[in-house]
Write a protein of this length. Structure first.
Length: 647
C-alpha cells in the first residue's frame, strides 16, 4: 500500500477509534483504496481501530480479486457453512500485503464503495436502525445531500455484501453516484467518500443529527437505590457457584455502576427488550444472545442455571431494582461487556422514546451464534490460560515489601488481585507498577478494623464477584528488647499480625463457603515463627501464633475444600518496610556490626548464601494457591535459603 493511502487509513481509523460512542467494544472497520483503486487497505478482523499503526491492524487486498467473489454465482446455492468458508478462502486469496493476514469480514462490501469507508455502530444511529428505521432516516437526512441508502437487515458476510451490491447498483441508476451513507437495519452505518476529511465530516454529521433527533424526546434516566451489600454478595455467590457447577467458572462478575444499566434495572420496558434478545450482531459477540432478567434475587439461581445451557450464554444479569451484573471468564473482558451492554440499554431507551426498539430475529441471532467469523473475533479476545486464571485473590500489606511481591506474583500467574493496604499513596504506586490494569484493584484496608475489612471485601465482591485466594501479608515488627518493649507496640503487633489475619481470613472463609467451590489461604509468617529471634518478642509471638491459627483453620475449613497453608520467609530486605533504616540500626547494634554489614551478615547465615527476593516468596505462594498443591493443607513452606532447619 502506498504511504499516503496508509497514512489516511491510520488517520481515519484512529479518529473514529478514539470515540467510544462510535466503537463500543472495539467494533467497526475502515478502509482506504490506493489512488488507482487497484488495492485496498482495510482493518484486520478483531483488531482495534484506535490502535491502528503502520506495523499492525490492517491488511492490503487486491480490489478486483475481492470483487470477483460476486462472479462466483455458485456461492448462493451453497449451504451457509460451506459458503462462508469459501468466501473466507476468496478473501484470503485477495490478500497482497500488510502486517495482518485476515481482513475484516465486510471487506467485500467496502470494495463496492468510495475511496474512504467508515463503518461503525454509534448508539444514537443504532437507536434509529434498531427502532423507527427508514421513516426516521428520511426525517434525519439533510435535504441538500445525496439521500442515504436504507439496507434491510441481512445476515452479515457474503449475503449482506451481495444485497448491498444490488442496492448500490440501483442507487447509482437513480442518483448517478455511489451512496455516501448506508444505514443497515439492526447493524450500523457505512459512510464513504473520496477524502478522509469528507468521510469523517459526513459520519460525525449523521451521528449529531441522530443525537439531536432522539434528544428532542428523551426518556429520563431513572435511578435505583444503592445496592445492599448483602444482596450483592448473595447474587455474586449464586453467579460463581452456578457458573462453576456448569463448568464455566468460577470466573468473574461485576456489579455495574453505569447509569444506563442502572436505568435498565429500574425500567421494565428497557429490561424486557434486553431480555428478548440482542439488537445487533456485536451485542451477541460481546454480551450473549440476550440478557437474563430476574424480577428478584430469589429467581437468580434458576434463571442463570438455565441460561448457561444456551448456545450463546448471557454475560449480563439484570436484577430488577438491584442492578446489572456482568459475567466473564476474564476480568479484562468485564469492561468491554459493560460498554456494549450499556450501549444496548441506551439504544433501547432512545429508540423507545420515538417508537420502540426491535431485536434481531431468532434466525438472525442463530446465524451470528454459529458464524465462524464471530467465533474468530471472540477468540481474539481470549488470553492464554495461566496457572491462576479465573481466580480472584486478596493480598493484604500489598503496597510494599513481601505483600507487594506476592500480589505481583499472583497477578503474573493469571489471578485478578486486590491490593489491600492502609497506605493509599503507596497502594496507588503499587497498583500502577503491577502493569496488569485489568487484573489489579487498589482497596484501602485497615486489617485491624472489623467494619473496614467487611467494606473492603464488599468492594472486591462488587468488582470481581467473589474471592478464591486470600493471602495475609500485612505485618509489623517492633524491634525492642523485652525490658524496653512499650505495651502499645506490643498491642499493635497483636492487632496487625493476629487480629488482622483473623479478620481477613474470617471474611474470606465466609465468601468461599457461600461460593461453594473451595479456595486457598496463605498466611505469611516468618522463620521467626519457627525459631525465635533476639529482642523481637512481639514479632516472635505473633508469627508463631499465625502458624497455629493456620493449622486450626486448615482442620476447620478442609471439609469445605478450603486449603490453608503458611509461608515462613527468611529475611527479605527488598522493598521491606520492616527492614527500614531504624530497624537495621537496631540489628547492627544487636550484632555489634555496622549498619551496612547487616544484610550481608544475614545472607551469610543461610546454607545457600543466597539473598531471598520477593519473587522467591511469591513463587511459593503461587504454588500453594494453585491446583499443583490441591492436596496440601495445614503446612508451612519455609523460604529462607536454608537458615532455619526446623520442619
Amino acid at each position: 500500500m502506498d504511504a499516503d493511502s496508509l497514512r489516511q487509513l491510520i488517520e481515519v481509523s484512529r479518529a473514529v477509534g478514539a470515540r467510544p460512542e462510535y466503537v463500543q467494544g472495539g467494533g467497526g472497520n475502515t478502509s482506504v483504496k490506493s489512488p488507482d483503486g487497484r488495492t485496498m487497505a482495510v482493518k484486520a478482523s478483531g483488531t482495534l481501530l484506535g490502535e491502528m499503526s503502520e506495523e499492525a491492524g490492517w491488511v492490503e487486498l487486491d480490489t478486483a480479486g475481492l470483487l470477483s467473489i460476486f462472479d462466483q454465482t455458485h456461492l448462493a446455492k451453497l449451504g451457509v457453512d460451506e459458503r462462508e468458508a469459501r468466501v473466507l478462502q476468496y478473501q484470503a486469496a485477495a490478500v497482497v500485503g500488510g502486517p495482518s493476514r485476515r481482513p475484516s469480514v465486510e471487506s467485500t462490501l467496502h470494495a463496492l464503495l468510495n475511496k474512504v469507508v467508515i463503518h461503525t455502530h454509534p448508539v444514537a444511529i443504532n437507536a434509529l436502525t434498531c427502532g423507527a428505521g427508514e421513516p426516521a432516516m428520511n426525517e434525519v437526512a439533510a435535504a441538500d445531500k445525496l439521500p442515504p441508502l436504507w439496507v434491510p437487515y441481512t445476515n452479515p458476510g457474503y449475503t449482506l455484501a451481495a444485497a448491498v451490491k444490488d442496492s448500490v447498483e440501483e442507487y447509482k441508476k437513480d442518483h448517478g453516484a455511489l451512496p455516501q451513507v448506508l444505514l443497515l437495519e439492526n447493524h450500523g452505518i457505512f459512510v464513504s467518500a473520496q477524502t478522509v476529511e469528507e468521510a469523517l465530516a459526513t459520519h460525525d454529521g449523521w451521528y449529531q443529527r441522530c443525537e439531536d433527533y432522539f434528544g428532542e424526546t428523551p426518556s429520563e434516566l431513572k435511578t435505583i437505590p444503592e445496592a445492599n451489600a448483602s444482596d450483592v454478595r448473595e447474587v455474586m455467590a449464586w453467579i460463581r457457584r452456578t457458573t462453576d457447577d456448569k463448568g464455566r467458572g468460577p470466573g468473574f462478575a461485576r456489579l455495574s455502576r453505569d447509569r444506563e444499566l442502572a436505568h435498565a434495572a429500574a425500567d421494565p420496558e428497557v429490561a424486557t427488550v434486553l431480555a428478548a434478545g440482542a439488537l445487533t450482531p456485536d451485542q451477541i459477540v460481546y454480551t450473549g444472545a440476550r440478557t437474563i432478567y430476574a424480577e428478584n434475587i430469589s429467581r437468580v439461581a434458576q434463571l442463570l442455571r438455565e441460561a448457561l445451557d444456551e448456545p450463546s450464554p448471557p454475560r449480563a444479569l439484570l436484577v430488577q431494582g438491584l442492578g446489572v451484573f456482568l459475567i466473564s471468564d476474564d476480568p479484562g473482558k468485564l469492561g468491554v461487556i459493560e460498554c456494549v451492554a450499556s450501549s444496548a440499554a441506551k439504544t433501547i431507551r432512545l429508540a423507545n422514546s420515538r417508537n420502540r426498539a426491535h431485536n434481531l430475529s431468532l434466525a438472525a441471532a442463530d446465524f451470528i451464534i454459529n458464524w465462524e467469523v464471530e467465533h474468530y473475533r471472540a477468540r481474539l479476545l481470549e488470553s492464554d490460560a495461566a496457572k491462576l486464571s479465573g481466580k480472584v485473590a486478596v493480598v493484604t500489606g500489598a503496597a510494599s515489601g513481601l505483600g507487594l511481591g506476592v500480589a505481583i506474583g499472583l497477578a503474573n500467574a493469571g489471578a485478578a488481585v486486590a491490593f489491600c493496604d492502609i497506605d493509599d499513596d503507596a497502594l496507588a504506586a503499587a497498583v500502577a507498577a503491577a502493569c496488569k490494569p485489568n487484573r489489579v484493584l487498589a482497596v484501602h484496608t485497615d486489617v485491624t478494623d472489623e467494619v473496614a475489612v467487611t467494606k473492603a471485601f464488599d468492594q472486591i465482591v462488587a468488582h470481581w464477584g467473589g474471592v478464591d485466594i486470600v493471602v495475609c501479608a500485612a505485618g509489623v515488627a517492633p524491634p525492642y528488647p523485652l525490658v524496653d518493649l512499650p505495651v502499645d507496640k506490643w498491642r499493635l503487633a497483636l492487632d496487625v499480625n493476629l487480629t488482622g489475619y483473623f479478620l481477613i481470613a474470617r471474611e474470606g472463609a465466609r465468601l468461599m463457603k457461600a461460593q461453594g467451590h473451595g479456595g486457598a489461604m496463605v498466611m505469611i509468617s516468618s522463620k521467626s515463627g519457627l525459631e525465635a529471634s533476639k529482642a523481637n518478642s512481639a514479632y516472635n509471638a505473633t508469627k508463631a501464633g499465625e502458624l497455629h491459627l493456620m493449622r486450626g483453620w486448615a482442620l476447620e475449613l478442609g471439609p469445605e475444600g478450603i486449603r490453608v497453608n503458611a509461608v515462613a520467609p527468611g529475611n527479605v530486605f527488598e522493598g521491606s518496610k520492616i527492614w527500614n533504616r531504624d530497624y537495621i540500626k537496631v540489628c547492627a547494634a544487636k550484632k555489634g556490626i555496622e549498619p551496612e554489614e547487616v544484610i550481608p551478615y544475614y545472607v551469610g547465615l543461610t546454607a545457600l548464601k543466597r539473598e531471598i527476593k520477593r519473587e522467591d516468596v511469591a513463587a511459593a505462594v503461587v504454588f500453594l494457591c494453585s491446583d499443583d498443591a490441591r492436596c496440601i493443607t495445614g503446612q508451612t513452606v519455609v523460604v529462607d535459603s536454608g537458615q532455619v532447619m526446623v520442619r
